[in-house]
Design a protein around this ligand. Sequence first.
Ligand code: PLP
Length: 444
Amino acid sequence: MMGAGIAEVALDLDALHASVGNPVLDSMRLLSETSFRYPEAISFASGRPYEGLFRIDSLHRYLDRYVADLRAKGQSEERITKAVFQYGPTHGLLRDAVARMLANDEDIRVAPESVLITHGAQEAMLIALRGLFAGPDDVLLTVSPCYVGISGAATLLGIPLEPVPEREDGLRPADVAEAARRVRSSGRRPVACYVTADFANPSGCSMSLAARRDLLKVAAEEDLLLLEDNPYGLFGRAGEELPTMKSLDSARRVIYLGTFAKSAFPGARVGYLVADQPVTGGAGEIRPLAEELAKVKSMVTVHTAGISQAVIGGLLAEHDYSLRRANRDLADLYVRHLELTLCCLEEHFPRSRVADHGVRWNNPGGGFFLLVEVPFRVDLAELERCARDYGVAWAPMSMFYVGDGGHNVLRLGFSSLTAEELAEGIRRLADYIRATPAVSAPRG
Ligand SMILES: Cc1ncc(COP(=O)(O)O)c(C=O)c1O
């Protein structure tokens, strides 16, 4: 009980760090809240992986495999027990395993010391940003629209963002060069550019091989680092894979951000970053950037959970350190679901009659997302109405823009739904779109 006359504390949102009141930090919560409030709605709102293949007993198997491999390497029971139960090294237990996997799956060849195991890719973004951005004039260029995890992390750290508009064919290197010059001419320093070359979130767009090569050239010319985020690269059509920018990078311009959230499962919360850039210290010693960034991690999460790493380590070993091979069936399923979603859209809104219905969509080569343009404005209130009255949810694209844009575009995430749910979801979405009056306002 409070003592008489002593007022309870009352805080003002305006008195907290500015990022706390910034809508970017609330966007993930708002999206999942709609799904919680309308559990009957078919939700295209998230980028969750397909749940149909998760098996509880596989967790035990992976953990056993990790431990068995350590025993086979001659490690003592005491050391193995400590690895899983105790506080562990900040850089993680899986540096060798991840370096091996990256060589197998992506032809990325780096020393294990250049890898830092993180609490998901989200922590990798936060750590990389904290380490690289030194002062208030250091600017992050980012493709726009972009994943809210990167704009949110930058906002949290007070890092200014300079948007580079994404075109229908993805991020264009010339646009990045122009944005870098714009920042410089305002007296500030463009430090790095965030990019997803394969099946971006939210747009589903990918960069061509030529664009990847050109972006590396632009990075060298403009003295930029590239933060390449690649959660969806495994999920395209077989035979259509393009090399990651990190694998093409002979000048160490790329810091690579990875996650096991889509290639294994997000509940593990295991990701990593690859930062092989040499950093020279005061005494002339040279260490990879990953080791410097580990200091940041030690003050954020201390280290990534040993149990989670052990489970992911066993999964990697079971699949001979290739998640590309391990995920081939799942990748095929996602591609089938993408094609089904496109087919259903065509059935309800034939391209030949676009002038009548005003509905268009893009055609990604893989990944988890596609975009649908509608002839009216959409926002969180519209999402709520659609979920409540039509039983289908999606994400309004405006929430992914740095600045203004996307007001008449929906993001559809098709990865977590079954084929039946996809077909029924698009039918409901079509009912919603047809019943909503079109506006002739300019499209944004
Ligand atoms: C582009 C992008 N990067 C990173 C992540 C997050 O990865 P993690 O769950 O490992 O933090 C996501 C998740 O949706 C994503 O879409």
